[in-house]
Design a protein. Structure first.
Length: 339
């Protein structure tokens, strides 16, 4: 573990961005990997790695079937003779109905899931509210990511084989921006409003902080889910969070100021999406050492102090409980994951 500070000053960011990352080399023969949001950016590059590493099946998701067919061709371009079977599912994280229909289809149709990489995500400074009544960044990055995680977890567990070198693994794509979250909403943790409702309140949530906060909540969620897995699945599944680092992609799609700031940072130090996606494969094949951990630059790292401190650990439990409460109102299957 190279970095223990739990902080991300710009000096560390630059150091991390310059770190050379190993090209993934763990074979994926016979494995089925699901990657969400794989028509572009990091998801697309991660899918290419899986094909190169000879996965039996790569399931990608896109928002429309048409995008999926284009993505399939793009993924196969570097390996046109690959034997990997690529299939496309559609899901829109901005709708719980779509997420539920997607997860149900996967559960019904896919015989086994060895690795699931929940990569789809947005960074938006505009305030958009979904049909489900949640601010969109919060719903896409946190609630829908958690919902898919919980619905697919029993299926992922079915892949566990004591004799296999690779553990069934759920990878949640988070970000080093979680270190920068202001977390103004924490003052509502012990009030009736709670953290999620405070994040859903336009008067409380800062537009620029929404994305950072969503990535922080993902870290809390995966750490608590790891504890649940240890207690209830005897550790048969690995859940881990991965930061790809600052990468060239389509993530920043709106906001002139945001684009200028992010564009400058990217111009100075961004990785290509291919290099960033190496982290995904590292996390997906690292096994127990990555369980419940935050991975960056292809190593286990210490997440933000606001995660690991005494207060942070209590906040983690609270965030997990609130997510479970919100999702249990949609789907009874989620209740079992309560701590
Ligand atoms: N790029 C970075 O510097 C960076 C740094 C740290 C973490 N990350 C994380 O890495 C992940 C991938 O980001 P990226 O940089 O590769 O961005 P990207 O190029 O914008 O790709 C995002 C993917 O997510 C999909 N997506 C967006 N909204 C969705 C929705 N409502 N439902 C379903 N799919 C949706 C997109 O589909 P469409 O093409 O249809 O929109 C696309 O496939 C995100 O979780 C992001 O937070 C990125």
């Amino acid at each position: 573990m190279a970095t223990q500070t739990g902080k991300m000053p710009v000096s560390r960011l630059i150091r991390e961005q310059r770190t050379e990352l190993p090209i993934p080399s763990t074979p994926l023969d016979g494995k089925t990997v699901l990657i969400t949001g794989a028509n572009t950016g990091l998801g697309l590059e991660a899918a290419r790695h899986c094909v190169r590493l000879n996965a039996a099946n790569v399931i990608i998701t896109t928002r429309t079937a048409a995008k999926g067919e284009v993505a399939k061709e793009e993924i196969l371009k570097p390996n046109p003779d690959s034997k990997t079977n690529i299939s496309v599912y559609t899901v829109n994280y901005s709708s719980f109905a779509s997420v539920k229909a997607f997860a149900d289809k996967v559960i019904a149709e896919v015989p086994k899931l060895d690795i699931v990489i929940l990569n789809a995500g947005i960074s938006a400074t505009n305030w958009n509210v979904t049909e489900d009544g949640w601010e969109e960044v919060l719903q896409v990055n946190v609630l829908s990511t958690a919902y898919i995680s919980l619905l697919l977890l029993p299926k992922i567990r079915q892949s566990y084989e004591a004799s296999s070198a690779l553990m069934p693994t759920l990878v949640i794509v988070t970000s080093d921006t979680h270190y920068w979250a202001r977390f103004k909403q924490r003052q509502y943790a012990s009030e009736k409003m709670g953290i999620l409702n405070a994040m859903n309140d336009k008067k409380i949530s800062l537009n620029v902080d929404k994305y950072f906060m969503s990535k922080l909540l993902e870290v809390y969620f995966l750490r608590e889910l790891a504890k649940w897995i240890d207690a209830n699945y005897k550790g048969d599944v690995v859940v881990t969070g991965v930061n790809p680092g600052l990468c060239h992609s389509e993530l920043i799609r709106e906001g002139v100021i945001t684009n200028i700031i992010a564009g400058t940072f990217k111009w100075i130090m961004a990785r290509t999406a291919e290099v960033g996606s190496r982290n995904y494969l590292w996390a997906a094949t690292a096994g127990r050492k990555a369980h419940g951990q935050y991975v960056g630059s292809c190593e286990v790292q210490k997440p933000a102090v606001v995660v690991t401190s005494e207060e942070g650990q209590k906040l983690g439990v609270k965030v997990y409980e609130e997510i479970l409460e919100a999702l249990s109102a949609l789907d009874d299957r989620v209740r079992v994951f309560s701590q």
